[in-house]
Design a protein around this ligand. Structure first.
Ligand SMILES: Cc1cc2nc3c(=O)[nH]c(=O)nc-3n(C[C@H](O)[C@H](O)[C@H](O)COP(=O)(O)OP(=O)(O)OC[C@H]3O[C@@H](n4cnc5c(N)ncnc54)[C@H](O)[C@@H]3O)c2cc1C
Length: 309
């Protein structure tokens, strides 16, 4: 797909060499599995992103934007096309909004943890719920990341998007379609940044909430293993996917090097030598058992891309 040397050289030139060809995606995803991407490209700013984007479109090369790869499962056969990492697009600024509010504008590549700790440092409340979510702004906005009763859409004022023509525009929140773990985007749109409206608060209280959340996560999640957070979305009705998996007795089930965590039923962990195929086998098995036992169709929260090995 992206084997042509002239095309590879063109991409190399656009991003001043910041591209890895035939790169194992296991090195760039929190699950630590996955075959090679033809190209993993790291544009350093929005202009470079636009040029990569336009090149991919004109050569009809498939592409996918990624952030920190913490909600991403790349299959063992890898990805034919370009994976565009937004990690190097990472400016951030603060703007006063009257006496009580501050707007934080962050590029897509900023890590959520950076915003959480910057906000705390500046005594700004509203981002604490994101403590411990290892994603980037772009990934968190696309996934409408959430925890402890709050979702990222609740703090967003606007999102910057690059559209199919490579043009960038800002959209106010009321024009965007957020839902549980999703932001509906036009085909091939890329999030380039977002702004968050935060309230002035009390630093000690903000830091205490962050510490509390990090403690809860450590107690409940199998952070000692590579994982991708919750594998399944919670079905409607109030019982979580994790509870259902626990009740059916699937915790601890293993396939190759992957295992359903004994600590949390909705986490599949890489015990060290897992293949994407092992994780996919567990996903299929859970879906089948939950359908048989509860009549429910569990939907994956983790995004699955690429080709079978
Ligand atoms: C230990 C752990 C705990 C977690 N806890 C939570 C939690 O509490 N709540 C929660 O919601 N999630 C959680 N997650 C999942 C994950 O961290 C979030 O979904 C996160 O927001 C994903 O961000 P990312 O940058 O890693 O996205 P990626 O995994 O890189 O990408 C995820 C999806 O977003 C798309 N995407 C990424 N960047 C862009 C962009 N710039 N423009 C358009 N699309 C883009 C990708 O194509 C992909 O479809 C957890 C994960 C782990 C490993």
């Amino acid at each position: 797909m992206l084997r042509d040397r002239t095309l590879r050289n063109a991409i190399y030139d656009i991003v001043c060499g910041k591209v890895l060809f035939d790169e194992p995606m296991s090195r760039h995803t929190s699950m630590r599995v996955g075959g090679t991407a033809d190209a993993l490209v790291f544009p350093g700013n929005v202009e470079e992103l636009r040029s990569v984007f336009c090149a991919m479109r004109s050569f009809k090369i498939p592409f996918i934007p990624i952030g920190n790869g913490t909600n991403l499962l790349v299959k063992d056969g890898g990805y034919r096309g370009a994976v565009i990492s937004l990690k190097d697009i990472k400016n951030m600024s603060l703007m006063e909004r009257g006496a009580d509010e501050v707007l934080i504008c962050a590029d897509a590549g900023i890590a959520l943890s950076e915003i959480v700790f910057l906000a705390a440092e500046k005594s700004l409340a509203g981002m604490e719920f994101c403590a411990g979510i290892p994603g980037s702004i772009g990934g968190a906005v696309k996934m409408n990341a959430g925890a402890y009763g709050t979702e990222i859409k609740d703090t967003i004022e606007a999102v910057r998007l690059m559209n199919g023509k490579g043009e960038t525009r800002e959209y106010k929140r009321n024009l965007l379609k957020f839902s549980y773990r999703n932001l509906d985007l036009p085909e091939s749109a890329i999030i380039t940044g977002a702004s968050f409206l935060l309230n002035r608060g009390i630093k000690k209280q903000i830091l205490a909430r962050i510490t509390e959340i990090l403690g809860m996560r450590k107690a409940k999640h199998p952070l000692e293993y590579c994982n991708a957070g919750s594998i399944f979305k919670n079905p409607p009705g109030g019982v979580t996917a994790g509870q259902i998996i626990d009740e059916i007795g699937l915790k601890g089930t293993q396939a190759g090097g992957a295992k359903i965590s004994e600590k949390h039923g909705n986490f599949i962990v890489n015990c060290g030598n897992a293949k994407a195929g092992d994780i996919l086998a567990l996903i299929d098995m859970v879906k089948k058992k939950v359908k048989e036992d509860r009549g429910l169709d569990l939907e994956t929260e983790v995004k699955i891309i690429g080709e079978d090995g």
